[in-house]
Design a protein around this ligand. Structure first.
Ligand code: HEM
Length: 252
């Protein structure tokens, strides 16, 4: 008879991943409704409507897609690592493209409206997050997708890469919260305290983003959802041990 404990755990995992996807998609839809319905819609003409592309692309790219790119290692933990790596890289590439479009939109809008660049805490945190995200992407490409580094260096860098991935997701969500507050103060400062629908929608977006981040953090850090060790990983760690502790690869 099947052991009910692993089955229940498996079911729990499926529900949690499903919930994370509902939250991630909800954050994108809420941003689209906020910018599309309450803020005048989208365009690419330097106007306020071009600005509206910014939050949508940033939430889609740096939060939803970045989160899902990390999650593939848990969802497909029993698939061939090579394929999962490729999927991880492709989703990250989409995240990078969306983020670049989003940043160009806000810079374009600021240029057209003759607004200073990079004056706010949101702008500083956002630029920091984006630059680190680009570095993380290039390093990931060099170390893991087209491994140019030795296996020792890769083994050393892997925990840093994993830590930075989660840190970047947290930074992106924090940056979004700052951006949401700033945008609300610009657009509905005088009525915000009276619970207007736009304010309630944007606050809900913030809460959904936080819940997405917490759920992803749980799924990523929970030991039992990690990839089981496979021969490729084992040979890497044996090689690493050999190099660091001076043991022969056959030493038990
Ligand atoms: C991780 C996601 C985000 C990143 C990396 C990011 C990054 C940035 C950057 C670098 C700027 C400065 C542009 C300039 O100086 O010309 C900026 C501006 C702005 N962003 Fe975001 N942003 C993000 C998400 C959001 C979200 C979700 C909103 C919500 C509406 C938002 C609202 C704003 C506003 C109102 C400005 C113009 C005022 C300012 O420069 O601070 N951002 N963003």
């Amino acid at each position: 008879m099947d052991n009910p404990v692993p089955r229940a755990r498996g079911l729990m995992f499926v529900w949690l991943v499903g919930a994370s996807q509902v939250l991630g998609l909800a954050s994108v839809v809420l941003t689209a409704v906020w910018m599309g319905h309450y803020s005048g819609g989208f365009a690419w003409d330097g106007s306020r409507r071009e600005f509206n592309v910014h939050p949508l692309c940033m939430v889609l790219g740096l939060v939803f897609l970045q989160g899902d790119a990390i999650l593939v290692y848990r969802v497909f933990r029993n698939e061939a690592k090579r394929n999962v790596k490729l999927l991880h890289g492709i989703i990250h590439l989409l995240a990078l493209i969306a983020s670049i479009v989003g940043i160009v939109a806000v810079f374009d809008n600021h240029n057209a409206a003759k607004i200073q660049h990079m004056y706010s805490l949101h702008g500083w945190c956002g630029m920091g997050t984006l630059v680190l995200f680009c570095i993380q992407w290039v390093m990931g490409l060099l170390f893991f997708l087209f491994p140019v580094a030795s296996s020792r260096l890769r083994a050393l860098y892997l925990p840093i890469h994993v830590f930075c991935g989660l840190a970047l997701l947290i930074m992106a969500i924090g940056t979004c919260l700052l951006g949401i507050t700033e945008k609300l103060l610009f657009s509905i400062m005088s009525t915000y305290s009276q619970f207007p629908p736009e304010g309630v929608l944007a606050n809900t977006l913030g809460i959904v983003l936080v819940c997405f981040g917490v759920l992803l953090g749980y799924l990523i850090t929970k030991e039992e959802y990690r990839r089981p060790p496979n021969p490729e990983e084992e040979s890497l760690s044996v090689h690493f041990k050999t190099l660091t502790e001076g043991r022969s690869p056959t030493t038990p």
